[in-house]
Design a protein around this ligand. Structure first.
Ligand code: ADP
Ligand code: MG
Length: 253
C-alpha cells in the first residue's frame, strides 16, 4: 500500500515544512520508503534535508511544467529510505504558467502516478497559498495533513482551506480525505495553547492527532544544518515527538 499525503495550510509559519521533513525522516527511520515532494518555491524542505539548490538538475518545476519524468528529478538524502523531488526558485513562475496549461490541475497527480508504487508514503510540502500548486497537491493526494499552530488566530483562515478541500473533492479528486490535524509549536506554559487545543478538538474531533508538537528550539536549528531532527539531535524532545507522530501515522494505515 502506498499513500500520498499533502501537508497543507495557506498560512505561512505553521510548521508545514518542519512536519514534512521530520515526519518523512521519522517514517523512513521506521523502515518506510518515503518520498518528499517540495512544491513550495521557497524550497525549505529541499535545503532542510541538506540539498544544495545550486546543484539541482531537475526540480519539481521541470516535472510539472516540462513533463520531465519524476525519476529524473528524485534525489537521495542522508537518511536511508528518504528521497526528495526538490524545489528551486524556478518554481515561482509555475503558479502563473499553470493557468494556461492543459490539464493544469492534474499535472502532479500524473507525474506521481509513475513512482507511487516505489514508496510507502509520499509527502507533499505545500506553499503558503491556495493557488494552482496547492490545488495540484490536493488533486494528487489520498489525504491531507493540516498543521495548526497553537496561537491566538489558530482557526482563522481554516474555512478557506476546508472550502478548497471540498472543491477539490467535488471536481478533481473525490477520494481526498482529511488525514489528520496536527497541533504544532505548543507551549505548555501558556493557557492560550491549551485553549487552542480545546477549540481545535471541538472543531475537528477525532481527526486531531494525539501527538502534539511542542515548541523545541532544536527543531528550529536543524534546518540550518541541512538535517532532519532525527539526525541532528535524536535525543531531543523534537525528535521524540516526530517519531511518535510517525508511529501514529503508521497506526492509521
Ligand atoms: P511553514 O512551512 O508552515 O511556513 P515552518 O515549518 O517553516 O512553517 O516553520 C516556521 C518556523 O518555525 C521555522 O523557522 C521553523 O524552524 C520553526 N518551527 C516549526 N516548528 C517548530 C517547533 N515545533 N518548535 C520550534 N520552532 C519551530
Ligand atoms: Mg514551508
Amino acid at each position: 500500500m502506498s499513500k500520498i499525503m499533502a501537508v497543507a495550510n495557506q498560512k505561512g509559519g505553521v510548521g508545514k515544512t518542519t512536519t514534512s521533513v521530520n515526519l518523512g525522516a521519522g517514517l523512513a527511520s521506521l523502515g518506510k520508503r518515503v518520498l518528499l515532494v517540495d512544491i513550495d518555491p521557497q524550497g525549505n524542505t529541499t535545503s532542510g534535508v541538506g540539498i544544495n539548490k545550486a546543484d539541482v538538475a531537475n526540480c519539481i518545476y521541470d516535472v510539472i511544467i516540462n513533463e520531465v519524468p519524476p525519476q529524473e528529478a528524485i534525489l537521495e538524502t542522508q537518511i536511508e529510505g528518504l528521497h526528495i523531488i526538490p524545489a528551486t526558485i524556478q518554481l515561482a513562475g509555475a503558479e502563473i504558467e499553470l493557468v494556461s496549461t492543459i490539464s493544469r490541475e492534474v499535472r502532479l497527480k500524473k507525474s506521481l502516478a509513475m513512482v507511487k508504487k516505489n514508496y510507502d508514503y509520499i509527502l507533499i510540502d505545500c506553499p503558503p497559498s491556495l493557488g494552482m500548486l496547492t490545488i495540484n497537491s490536493l488533486t494528487a493526494s489520498d489525504s491531507v495533513i493540516i498543521p495548526i499552530q497553537c496561537e491566538y488566530y489558530a482557526l482563522e483562515g481554516l474555512s478557506q482551506l476546508l472550502n478548497t478541500v471540498r472543491l477539490v473533492q467535488k471536481h478533481l479528486n473525490t477520494s481526498l480525505q482529511i488525514e489528520g490535524v496536527l497541533l504544532t509549536m505548543f507551549d505548555a506554559r501558556t493557557n492560550l495553547g491549551i485553549q487552542v487545543i480545546e477549540e481545535v478538538k471541538k472543531y475537528f474531533q477525532q481527526k486531531v492527532y494525539q501527538t502534539i508538537i511542542p515548541r523545541n528550539v532544536r527543531l528550529s536549528e536543524a534546518p540550518s544544518h541541512g538535517q532532519s531532527i532525527i539526525t541532528y539531535d535524536p535525543r531531543s524532545r523534537g525528535a521524540e515527538v516526530y517519531l511518535e507522530l510517525a508511529k501514529e501515522v503508521i497506526s492509521y494505515e
